[in-house]
Ligand binder design. Structure first.
Ligand SMILES: C[S@@+](CC[C@H](N)C(=O)[O-])C[C@H]1O[C@@H](n2cnc3c(N)ncnc32)[C@H](O)[C@@H]1O
Length: 296
């Protein structure tokens, strides 16, 4: 997906500013073009049911016209603490939070998250694509911390079942035990674990692909959103990028708020949101069933 200058301008006109949030109190289903910390201050208390944060990992990377420069571990810890504290007031008592990181930034992030939330789990996503290193193992994993504000939280296990081919089909009294046959192949719909190997990065050939350098796949966000929110809930993303969280939330019948400071990514978000009105499909997922890579 690439946008011309005039298309970008058209989509930018659909975004709102932090000042708009503050003046109107209208924050539902919006893409905010602005600074995440300013947006947090303009939001009311306890408005969000689910927060999904994919902050810049602690590596030098260009987002739009701005570079995020690698920091010392101490500065990255302070940056993490700053955004967590800024957004904490927006979370309902029943809210869940997911925070993305790689193994290195995760070491710094985890103790900060532990201070403010109950840590429920760490999901590892095997994304397969990664740059080789001359004197190290190629990094093919990302982590996602699963946190809650309290012990009362939503978890819709039945909405995130994973369909797998059965390796050892067990029978009881001659009947299949928890498996079924489709087109001659034996499958089982299983409970998802915290190791996710069924999701690719949004490759250039996929409809959801954008020029954003660290775009998350909609299938990954669909798992988080379906498990940890209900229809009509508000899903908040303070580092929205190309809008993957907002777009997937919309496709799944949730409300969204996406904050991003780079114009080109806000425009992509709005373009994707518009597309989602006529196509609510999420590649690799159908009716709460997630298919292994290559199955769909
Ligand atoms: C890792 S990317 C998120 C990618 C996103 N999950 C997606 O699927 O496209 C982090 C984003 O945060 C944005 N960002 C960093 N600091 C910000 C700030 N203070 N306010 C708003 N956006 C910020 C960057 O421009 C970048 O697009």
């Amino acid at each position: 997906m690439t946008l011309t200058e005039s298309e970008t301008q058209g989509f930018l006109n659909r975004c709102v500013s932090c000042a708009y949030l503050k003046e109107t109190g209208d924050f539902c289903n919006k893409t905010v073009l602005g600074d995440s910390f300013e947006a947090a201050a303009a939001l009311p208390d306890e408005c969000a049911d689910l927060l999904i944060a994919d902050p810049p990992y602690n590596m030098t990377k260009t987002f739009g016209k701005q570079e995020f420069a690698r920091m010392s571990e101490e500065d990255y810890r302070a940056f993490t603490e700053k955004w967590v504290r800024a957004y904490r007031h927006t979370l309902k008592k029943t809210a869940s939070v997911y925070v993305c990181c790689d193994w290195k930034s995760g070491i710094v992030i985890a103790p900060v998250l532990e201070k403010y939330f109950t840590v429920r789990n760490r999901i590892t996503w095997q994304r397969e694509k990664g740059r080789g290193a001359a004197a190290n193992w190629k990094n093919g994993m990302e982590d996602i911390w699963f946190l809650t504000v309290s012990d009362k939280y939503v978890f819709n296990l039945g909405a995130v079942r994973q369909r797998k081919k059965v390796i050892a089909p067990y029978t009881e009294d001659g009947n299949p035990k928890d498996w079924f046959v489709l087109d001659g192949v034996k499958y089982r719909d299983t409970c998802p674990s915290n190791f996710w190997d069924d999701i690719t990065v949004p490759y250039w050939s996929m409809r959801e692909n954008t020029p954003h350098p660290t775009q998350k796949p909609e299938k990954l966000l669909a798992k988080l959103i379906l498990a940890s929110s209900n229809k009509g809930d508000l899903v908040l993303d303070p580092f929205g990028g190309s809008g993957s969280t907002a777009v997937t939330a919309k496709k799944l019948g949730r409300d969204y708020l996406s904050v991003e400071k780079a114009e080109e990514y806000c425009a992509l978000t709005e373009c994707r949101l518009l597309r989602a009105e006529s196509d609510a499909s999420v590649q690799g997922m159908e009716d709460g069933i997630f298919y292994a890579r290559g199955l769909k």
